[in-house]
Design a protein around this ligand. Structure first.
Ligand SMILES: [Zn+2]
Length: 194
C-alpha cells in the first residue's frame, strides 16, 4: 500500500509545470466563509483578465477591486487593506487623477444573484514588475455590496465588502503542497523547565 502511495506522489509531482505563472484561479468566499465562486486571472499583453463566476449576490451592480493584502478575514474583510495602489493615485476609473491599479469595472449580478463576467485589470501583471498583483505575499479580490461610482474617495462609495478571495503568490498548483500549519511544529516545550 505504501509503495502505491509513493508511486502516486511521484506521478503527481512529475506533472508539475515549471514555467512562470500566467494564470491563477482564486476561490471567492462570502462573509459566512462559504465558497461562492471563482476568479480566473490570466495575464494578457495589456493587463490581467479577471473571469468572475459568482453566486449569492444581491441583483444589480457591485464594485470589484484588487486589495493590497492576501488576507480575507470575515465578516468585514478589512484585513484585505486598501485598494492596490503602487502609484499613489486617486480612486476611481472616472477620476481625472485616477485610478488605483486595483480598480476594476463594476460587475452586474442577474435576478438570481449570479455573476458571469470578464473584467480587465488594465496595466497590471501577474508576476513582473511594480504592477504585479502577486507581489510580496500577494493581494486579494474584493466584491462590494454597492456599485463603485468611479470618483468618490477612497473607494467609490461602494459599501460593505461582501466577497473576498485571496490571491496568494505561492506556487500555482497548491494541491500537492503541504497545507499551512496553524502552529509551528518546531515550537516544543523544551524551554519549560526554567
Ligand atoms: Zn480604488
Amino acid at each position: 500500500m505504501r509503495f502505491l502511495f509513493l508511486m502516486l506522489l511521484f506521478v503527481l509531482a512529475s506533472c508539475q509545470p515549471n514555467e512562470e505563472i500566467t494564470s491563477k484561479t482564486v476561490d471567492m468566499y462570502n462573509t459566512d466563509g462559504d465558497m461562492v465562486g471563482t476568479a480566473e486571472l490570466t495575464e494578457q499583453p495589456d493587463g490581467v483578465e479577471v473571469k468572475l463566476t459568482l453566486e449569492g449576490l444581491t441583483p444589480g451592480f457591485h464594485g470589484a477591486h484588487i486589495h493590497e493584502f492576501p488576507i480575507c478575514e470575515g465578516p468585514d474583510f478589512q484585513s484585505a487593506g486598501n485598494h492596490l495602489d503602487p502609484e499613489g493615485n486617486e480612486h476611481g476609473l472616472m477620476h481625472p487623477d485616477g485610478a488605483h491599479l486595483g480598480d476594476l469595472p463594476n460587475v452586474e449580478a442577474d435576478d438570481g444573484g449570479l455573476v458571469d463576467a470578464e473584467l480587465m485589470l488594465a496595466g497590471a501583471t501577474l508576476t513582473d514588475g511594480k504592477n504585479s498583483i502577486l507581489t510580496g505575499e500577494g493581494t486579494s479580490l474584493v466584491i462590494t455590496e454597492g456599485q463603485d461610482d468611479g470618483v468618490s474617495q477612497p473607494a467609490g462609495d461602494s459599501g460593505a465588502r461582501v466577497l473576498c478571495g485571496e490571491i496568494k503568490s505561492g506556487k500555482q498548483d497548491e494541491s500537492t503542497e503541504s497545507p499551512e500549519s496553524p502552529t509551528d511544529p518546531t515550537d516544543t516545550n523544551e524551554d519549560q523547565g526554567k
